[in-house]
Design a protein around this ligand. Structure first.
Ligand SMILES: NC(=O)c1ccc[n+]([C@@H]2O[C@H](COP(=O)([O-])OP(=O)(O)OC[C@H]3O[C@@H](n4cnc5c(N)ncnc54)[C@H](OP(=O)(O)O)[C@@H]3O)[C@@H](O)[C@H]2O)c1
Length: 272
């Protein structure tokens, strides 16, 4: 029997690269996964992959920026007879561009999808998490939530906010059985990264992981319930630590990459 038999887990970003792979890992542990995203077809193909191997999943098409959709998710969670055992925030967007090239709407969208929506959704489903008792909330952050990086100013701010929120919530709920986790991948080969980011990472010698490997590590972290914050990938794991205690060293290392980063970061981002 899997470790998550009888658990229902709400997973946002389930139509994406890391989220879809996480959904399959969670289902392999016998959880019933609520697959949340906007792209109905991608959600459905993940659901079919799960059910084809005997797992359980349902799809919920929802835009996390839409209050009515968040409310619908909260109602679904509240109607679960044993509560909601797991909430995984994996939805996220980014814009790789210098700040001067980031439009206001792109800035707002990154802060809203990556930070505001997880805060509001967590609050909305808290009663269902309390009802479950030993529930787990896992936030998918990023190494960029700890290491500020050129070309990702707004994304870094959103993920740093998410990390801060998860830390404060963990301490706020320390007298309850709810477990709050933050999992930070490094660059991963998914649709979030446009070709110029892949090219830049190659030019800089930055490793890029496969989503399946990231998902396996994230679900391992979910199952272990510790450490509170987990960083995936070496040497990013070390840089994240170093950045907190000796930021000048990391400033210096990144300044050596700056010319190359600026070659690839468009002055005009994808959003307006
Ligand atoms: N790939 C990387 O290099 C990397 C590195 C570190 C951290 N991460 C983090 O990992 C997480 C997953 O990213 P990924 O690489 O798997 O990217 P992805 O393949 O682009 O997936 C992004 C997911 O976010 C969902 N999403 C975006 N806006 C949404 C909205 N308004 N409402 C509902 N869902 C929304 C997308 O669903 P729909 O389009 O169907 O709505 C999709 O499922 C993100 O939080 C990302 O920041 C990624």
């Amino acid at each position: 029997m899997g470790n998550l038999a009888g658990h229902t887990i709400l997973l946002t970003g389930a139509s994406g690269g890391i989220g879809s792979a996480m959904a399959q890992e969670l289902a392999r542990q016998q959880a019933t996964v609520m697959l949340v995203g906007r792209a109905a077809e991608s959600l459905e193909s993940t659901r079919q992959r799960i059910t084809a191997v005997g797992g359980n999943a349902i799809t919920v098409v929802a835009d996390l920026l839409n209050p009515a959709d968040r409310e619908r998710l909260a109602v679904m969670a509240s109607e679960l007879p044993s509560g909601l055992q797991g909430l995984v925030h994996c939805a996220g967007i980014n814009e790789f561009a210098l700040l001067e090239g980031q439009g206001e709407s792109a800035i707002e969208a990154q802060l809203s999808v990556n930070l505001l929506a997880p805060v509001l959704l967590t609050r909305a489903v808290l009663p269902a998490l309390h009802k479950a008792g030993n529930a787990t909330v896992l936030f998918v952050g990023s190494t960029f939530g700890t290491i500020g990086y050129p070309g990702y100013t707004v994304y870094c701010a959103s993920k740093a906010g998410l990390r801060g929120f998860s830390e404060a919530l963990r301490r706020e709920l320390a007298d309850s059985p709810i477990c709050i986790l933050y999992f930070a991948p490094r660059a991963t080969r998914t649709a979030i990264n446009p070709p110029q980011v892949e090219a830049m990472n190659q030019a800089l010698g930055n490793a890029m992981d496969l989503p399946e490997a990231v998902a396996q590590a994230a679900v391992k972290h979910y199952l272990a319930g510790k450490p509170a914050q987990c960083y995936f990938g070496w040497p990013e794991k070390l840089f994240a630590r170093m950045n907190q205690i000796m930021p000048a060293i990391v400033d210096n290392a990144i300044s050596k990459q700056l010319a190359i980063i600026k070659q690839y970061a468009s002055r005009q981002g994808r959003g307006s």
